[in-house]
Write a protein that binds this ligand. Sequence first.
Ligand code: NAD
Length: 361
Amino acid sequence: MNLNILVLPGDGIGEEVTREAVRVLQHVARKHRHTLQLTEGLLGGVAIHRTGTPLPDETVRLAVDADATLLGAVGLPEFDTAPPERRPEKGLLGIRKALGVFANLRPVRAYRALLDSSPLKNALVEGTDMIIVRELTGGIYYGTPRGISGAGAEERAVNSMVYTRPEIERVARMAFTLARGRRRKVASVDKSNVLENSQLWRRVVTEIAAEFPEVALEHILVDNCAMQLILNPRRFDIVLTENMFGDILSDEGAVLAGSIGMLPSASIGARKPSGAWVGLYEPVHGSAPDIAGQNKANPLGAIGSVAAMLEYSFGLKEEAAAINAAVEAVLDSGRVTADLKPAGAPATTSQVGDAVIEALS
Ligand code: NAD
């Protein structure tokens, strides 16, 4: 397969973890005989330094041309007080928009070696393996009317939770398609006992489910889902939800897995003529200025993002599974960075990259 990938290392530890992720990608591509076409672009603070803007037009062009984009992290403390259009984070929102990615996927896996760093009892969290599919471009964060008006006792604030049928259909189809390749279960989260918006969500998701008879659908209210994620996270395979509920639930899911440095994410858009899903893959963490440039950052979230990219954008499940297994082997071996509190001396970012490549070999 020809894998045409744009790499945007970004700022701080973004550069360090992406370097290791790319090495792993190159290794897997060689081993499985895929042709890798890698391009590198500028995003975030580094782009502001070189071009004056956090998202240069050239980066948008490269991202649109690529099959998938691998991103490190953006953010530099020197821009913390800069106006919004000159902030690195503006580049992140801009590239998501330019690519039209409408679903955010957060795999949540409980690794054996990290069970003790989960706030839950080991027996509860062991075996957890789900993907939270969050709608990313609609709902209350974008709906109009919105705003604050009036003054004194008359002051009021309005936000609107708006979804159209096509917006629900496309993200639901993506969730069911993913479920088909997994344990074939979708839990669709809403608040249909109170919100009309959720009633439409539930009706449309039920209709889409009919296209996937092999996948079991359950509807679950968001408050119950928040509770079940803690009481019995193993019961979930795909959790499908709208934007704000997903924002909250995916952070709840994140703590099940241990360190923030471990977590990959994928933002997915439409299918390309080549069959690949347009995708932006990045670790959940930021640029971590406190440890940047010290070869201390955990690269496993970035490496997991490569696995997600191979699986979701290219359908290369075997390669993705090999990377995930290598990550698990490295965790078991204890050759991990300081954030995972190894028993002995912590490994460096590049040593963890080496360890993953060794495990893959
Ligand atoms: P952060 O995720 O960068 O760091 C939070 C804490 O977690 C820090 O102590 C850091 O050292 C640690 N950490 C994060 N990733 C780690 C890793 N891979 N290995 C080991 N430790 C890790 O969040 P923050 O400090 O709130 O933000 C720093 C900058 O990153 C800000 O400019 C923020 O806007 C930006 N940010 C960017 C993204 C993104 O690019 N997607 C996400 C969040 C924050």
